[in-house]
Design a protein around this ligand. Structure first.
Ligand code: TPP
Ligand code: SF4
Length: 278
């Protein structure tokens, strides 16, 4: 308890109104906790951390944490994060985005950030829906699921965030859930530590906009669903019948230099050729 109080005072902004703006039962606050605990576990100085958020309920996380924070526009968090990392590679840059933010309007930026392997951590809060704007479908809404823009059931298939980011070339890709909190803390710390572009997908319930339209009776039921359907990737791969199951853990670990490092190396090599300083 004493440690939790210490983290609250150390990492949350004192002038913000609490409780958080999120609906009761929303998982986003748990992701906020994971973010703070992983930064703390890594011993990073607050001034060396930059949180870049998009717009959405998920983006509100930036308002509460006492790091350097930028609240950007919907879908563009990664473009701003890329600029910050290129300008000052010593900073730890973490982009906090919803699934709509990162994979719908911002999907193009996401695949190119992964391809370039810019040294940014992308924390994607996947609640399968646009929460803030009233429950429109996103590119991760499962086929057949209901939303206000697909009241007869989603006809399109959903992106698998892990597979898409893996294919785009990211250095690290993982998936966790707000039910499996300790594991989520560890996934985030690992992602923040690895050079190159690292993505953590955090599955997080939105009962208000997604759950109640899709057969869940309460937010608690959604947490129980995460508990019963998600299992470590090593165990998932041994299953004969994977119906209704989702793997969690780290899926990709690649040893690459971030774009900012390759850029600095290139400048140094050019300067050496010319006989001057980089
Ligand atoms: C350019 C632009 N388009 C649309 C919007 C409206 N808008 C704000 S948040 C949002 C969706 C949020 O969903 P998601 O990113 O999944 O985050 P969540 O609220 O679910 O955490 C949309 C469409 C906007 N603010 N700016
Ligand atoms: S609308 Fe959904 S995502 Fe937004 S705060 Fe409420 S439960 Fe969370």
């Amino acid at each position: 308890m004493a440690e939790i109080t210490q983290l609250i005072h150390q990492y949350l902004r004192h002038n913000k109104k609490f409780p958080l703006v999120f609906c009761p039962g929303c998982g986003h606050g748990i992701v906020l906790g994971s973010l703070v605990r992983s930064v703390h576990a890594l011993g990073l100085a607050k001034d060396d951390v930059v949180i870049v958020a998009g717009i959405g309920c998920s983006g509100r996380i930036a308002a509460y944490v006492d790091f350097n924070t930028v609240h950007t526009t919907h879908g563009r968090a990664l473009t701003v994060a890329t600029g910050i990392k290129m300008a000052n590679p010593k900073l730890t840059v973490i982009a906090v985005m919803g699934d709509g933010d990162a994979f719908s309007i911002g999907g193009n930026h996401l695949i190119h950030a992964a391809r370039r392997n810019i040294g940014v951590t992308a924390l994607v809060l996947n609640n399968f829906i646009y929460g803030m704007t009233g429950g429109q479908c996103s590119s991760t809404t499962p086929e057949g699921a209901y939303s206000h823009t697909c009241p007869q059931g989603q006809l399109e298939s959903a992106f698998d965030i892990v597979e898409l980011t893996r294919a785009a070339g990211a250095a690290g890709v993982s998936r966790g859930t707000v039910y499996h909190v300790k594991e989520l803390d560890a996934l985030m710390a690992e992602a923040i530590s690895r050079p190159g572009f690292n993505l953590v997908e955090a599955l997080t319930p939105c009962f208000t906009q997604y759950g109640r339209g899709n057969g869940f009776k309460s937010a608690v039921e959604m947490f129980k669903w995460l508990k019963s359907s998600c299992l470590p990737v090593e165990r998932y791969e041994k299953l004969e019948d994977r119906t209704g199951k989702l793997p969690i853990g780290t899926f990709v670990r690649r040893d690459v230099d971030g774009l900012e490092t390759r850029w600095a190396n290139m400048r140094q090599a050019l300067a050496a050729k010319k006989g001057g300083a980089a």
